[in-house]
Write a protein that binds this ligand. Structure first.
Ligand code: GLA
Length: 397
């Protein structure tokens, strides 16, 4: 697989941004997935929601080595196939083949947010409460005492309006959703656009933008779970992780940041050098016990950054697959799949057990609306939120 330089990725991203009104490509409709992929986007019917609305899937190939499928329900990435070091393809994201599985009681009980777009506020808000311009807002408390990932019915459960496109950079789908003023207790009507582009050279670029009619907290992210040996193939503890973070935000017992920015030096959170995820995950460390493993926000920079910078690299010695994450966001939630417990069975027929997938959620810090020391997540009317993340797929020997 080609290995584009960091510099070319930054230029690529700038190019993608300027494509703004990239020409929408007419999508063809087919009832069932076919295996022969030609470059472009193919639309198909994925399922029907209980209220009768049709959920569509989009099969994306950009002429490179990666194939992807995304659905307009939750903006969920349902499949991402990449080659291993021998060119053998496997699906490296956890998820399902059918809509019923994303709606099942077992899935809703576990609520792992497989592959979904997360909003309005990715991660936690303490007690589901924040005060903005003198007014206190109460949101749903759907994670113990706290608000998590947008509330009872976050963006992961919304039907987005999807527009497939092909451009000189690759192919993809633009997802749009307008969140009503007051939805899930948040102020302001929020118009959100998320552009997934699968590029010719095996990167998935995710470009987020949002505008609001009233000041509101916003923290958008993507919640794919990766297993670089293939979904359903067991635990990710052998994966080797590097995170470009000198510090992280420790949490209290309910996983709300204490407000401190602590150095990773000398702790199991030091991933500045490539380290197997399992090497220290069972260490006698209070933070790891609170998270039941890694479930922490790593501090990539103090302020939002204007250009994409490298944030993390994870590789599998077994398959040779490598995933690099680049982002403009100041934080990265590394979640080691600690709540997966085998209660749901994935698309390949294997139960998803403890730590069988990992998430690298680019984001602002958790609970920022209540933490004056953290970069602000408040979007004002007249402003446009812009956020860019790239997942780059490659292999090593
Ligand atoms: C995020 C949270 C985790 C967990 C997962 C979904 O990563 O930080 O604690 O809620 O989402 O299970």
């Amino acid at each position: 697989m080609k290995q584009p330089s960091l510099r070319s990725l930054v230029f690529l991203s700038a190019g993608l941004l300027s494509l703004g009104a990239a020409q929408a490509m007419a999508a063809s409709t087919s009832a069932s997935p076919s295996t022969a992929m030609t470059p472009g986007v193919k639309q198909f019917v994925f399922g029907t929601l209980p209220d009768g609305r049709t959920v569509h899937g989009y099969r994306i190939n950009s002429g490179g080595d990666v194939d992807m499928e995304v659905i307009d329900y939750g903006g969920i990435i349902t499949s991402l196939k990449t080659p291993d070091r021998h060119g053998e393809k496997a699906d490296i994201v956890l998820g399902f083949n059918s809509l019923q599985d994303y709606l099942s009681p077992a899935y809703k009980k576990l609520n792992p947010y497989f592959g979904a777009l997360i909003g309005r506020y990715g991660n936690r808000i303490a007690d589901g409460r924040f005060t903005l311009d003198g007014k206190t807002y109460q949101l749903a408390t759907n994670d113990g005492p706290n608000h998590l990932h947008g509330g009872d019915e976050g963006f992961n459960q919304k039907l987005w309006q999807a527009t497939p496109f092909s451009s000189s950079e690759g192919s993809g789908v633009v997802m749009r959703y307008t969140s009503a003023d007051g939805e899930e207790g948040y102020p302001g009507e929020l118009a959100v656009e998320v552009k997934y582009t699968l590029t010719h050279d095996d990167t998935l670029a995710i470009d987020y933008s949002a505008r609001t009619t009233k000041a509101t907290p916003v923290n958008l992210t993507q919640h794919s779970y990766f297993n670089l040996n293939g979904e359903g193939s067991g635990s990710i503890l052998d994966h080797v992780m590097t995170i470009d973070a000198a510090s992280y935000t420790p949490v209290n017992k309910t996983l709300i940041p204490t407000g401190e920015i602590e150095t990773v030096a000398g702790t199991p959170f030091d991933f500045t050098q490539p380290t197997p995820i399992g090497a220290r995950i069972e260490a006698d460390n209070e933070q790891l016990m609170r998270g039941k493993g890694y479930d922490h926000n790593f501090v990539l920079a103090r302020e939002p950054r204007p250009t994409l910078e490298h944030a993390a690299r994870v590789s599998s010695p077994e398959s040779g697959r490598v995933l690099d994450v680049l982002t403009t966001e100041p934080g990265l939630q590394f979640y080691s799949g600690n709540f997966l417990d085998g209660s749901v069975t994935g698309k390949g027929g294997q139960a998803y057990g403890h730590r069988s997938g990992l998430a690298l959620e680019t984001q602002h810090f958790p609970d920022s609306p209540n933490q004056s020391g953290f970069p602000s997540t408040i979007l004002q009317p007249g402003e446009t939120l812009e956020s860019h993340t790239v997942y780059r797929f490659s292999t090593e020997d």
